[in-house]
Design a protein around this ligand. Structure first.
Ligand SMILES: C[C@H]1O[C@H](OP(=O)(O)OP(=O)(O)OC[C@H]2O[C@@H](n3cnc4c(=O)[nH]c(N)nc43)[C@H](O)[C@@H]2O)[C@@H](O)[C@@H](O)C1=O
Length: 411
């Protein structure tokens, strides 16, 4: 599609993904408008300045919870396309402040749809749904008796049949207020399409990362701390649940997917976006250490009970198909060879440059957890999406970002 001269409105342009999307659309000569919250010191945001596009996008002050400001934004932008990215997106915060999350993510989304409907604007909306909507997904790694019992107590209808890689047709079993809010938006989009013919497509993106990712998300927590470790600013790594598996993509790939969905996504449809890989948080730590120059010999639980040899071997690449990378640690965890928690308090990584301590901090654990996310992306691949970035590209980008001292933060 020719984006040249197309009016595009991005809600949440000042977040993590917004500037990447803005940049990609500007390269295609689209006219980019961005909704940002009004502040006393103006509309400019650091993430847009970091990308150097703060003067090229047209910022509109507004708030998703204020429908009048959305009507105004639509008047100003007269959009051909709307990318609705704005949200409270940090899962732990949604547990602490559920109402805020529902106000921004649910009320904000219905406000946007109603403003478009009442103004009778003919634009196509791409909605940022989330893989978090799938929530409690069954895989062989969490399909043993004790865990099955717990699954049934949360979702009695669950059948203990492995569901990975996850298709769009998988049941939605949200595990956090954030996830519930995204299910709301997802269903509302489809309802407005079927009720009013309002053009829209839902993207269910799995985790996406890169330089500038919010410091509270786990990949930033890891790479930030590893750079601090390298520069002697801290002496150990502090982390939460290392046994969760996530499907991590590069943010640039997800942005390409958003644009593809705007162009070719079927109205009223839902598309997964992801890498078709799954790795544990522990592996993200080990791979990041490796990328930063530490050679890991073995890892060992604080209590000394379990030992893992060659944690970084990258075989088994054919098991799950496209671009699958996993470490021996992932392999053992997925096959249940390593206990669900290989350690209760932490692990030591024995490296060529000495021992690194990785401490599990109970405050970083969540009241409810999504055990594994692993995307089946066949549907968006049929539209032309390709997976090019490897996990180590993503890690490198994040480590490079934290090479700069001013980017290293307390987290
Ligand atoms: C697709 C989806 O992606 C993101 O949601 P998320 O998966 O919750 O992302 P995260 O990076 O906060 O956590 C990933 C995993 O890592 C575990 N974990 C361990 N230790 C720490 C830790 O210290 N901090 C954090 N944040 N997580 C930790 C944590 O328990 C979880 O299992 C959002 O963009 C969301 O908006 C979205 O839509």
């Amino acid at each position: 599609m020719n984006w040249k001269g197309k009016n595009v409105l991005i809600t949440g342009i000042g977040g993590f993904v917004g500037p990447y999307l803005g940049e990609a659309l500007l390269e295609k000569e689209a006219i980019v408008f961005g909704l940002v919250r009004k502040r006393a010191d103006g509309l400019k945001t650091k993430s847009l300045e970091d990308k150097g596009i703060e003067n090229d996008v047209k910022l509109i002050g507004g708030d998703l919870t204020d429908i009048t400001s959305l009507a105004n934004a639509l008047d100003v932008a007269d959009p051909d396309f709307i990318f609705h990215l704005a949200a409270q997106s940090f899962v732990p915060r949604s547990f602490e402040n559920s109402l805020e999350t529902q106000q921004i993510n649910c009320i904000g989304t219905v406000n946007l749809l109603d403003a478009v409907r009442m103004k009778d604007i003919d634009s196509k909306i791409v909605f940022a749904g989330s893989s978090e909507e799938y929530g409690l997904v069954i895989s062989s790694s969490n399909n043993h008796e004790q865990v099955q019992k717990k699954h049934h107590s949360i979702f009695p209808e669950v059948e203990n049949i492995p569901e990975v890689p996850i298709k769009e047709t998988n049941p939605l079993r949200p595990m956090s207020p954030y996830a519930v809010s995204k299910v709301y938006g997802d269903f509302l989009m489809r309802n407005y399409y079927h009720s009013y013919g309002m053009k829209n497509v839902v993207s269910r993106a799995f985790n996406h990362e890169g330089a500038g990712r919010g410091p509270m998300f786990v990949t930033s927590v890891i790479t930030n701390q590893i750079m601090k470790l390298k520069f002697g600013e801290i002496s150990k790594i502090n982390i939460g649940n290392v046994n969760a598996f996530r499907d991590w993509s590069h943010v640039k790939e997800i942005v390409r997917g958003y644009m593809l969905l705007a162009e070719k996504g079927k109205n009223g449809e839902v598309y997964n976006q992801g890498s078709m890989r799954t790795n544990s948080v522990l592996s993200y730590i080990l791979l990041s250490l490796k990328e930063s120059g530490w050679d890991i010999d073995k890892i060992e639980a604080f209590n000394g009970e379990k030992m893992v040899k060659e944690p970084l071997s990258m075989d088994n690449s054919k098991i799950f198909g496209v671009g699958f990378e996993k470490t021996a640690v992932d392999q053992m965890m997925l096959e249940g060879e390593l206990e669900y928690t290989i350690a209760d308090k932490g692990i030591y990584a024995h490296t060529d440059k000495g021992e690194i301590s990785v401490e599990f901090n109970p405050e970083r654990f969540r009241p409810a957890e999504v055990p594994i996310l692993f995307a089946n992306t066949e549907n968006i691949q049929k539209l032309g999406a390709k997976i090019e970035y490897k996990l180590n590209h993503i890690i490198k980008d994040q480590l490079n970002y934290y090479l700069k001292k001013e980017n290293r933060v307390l987290f």
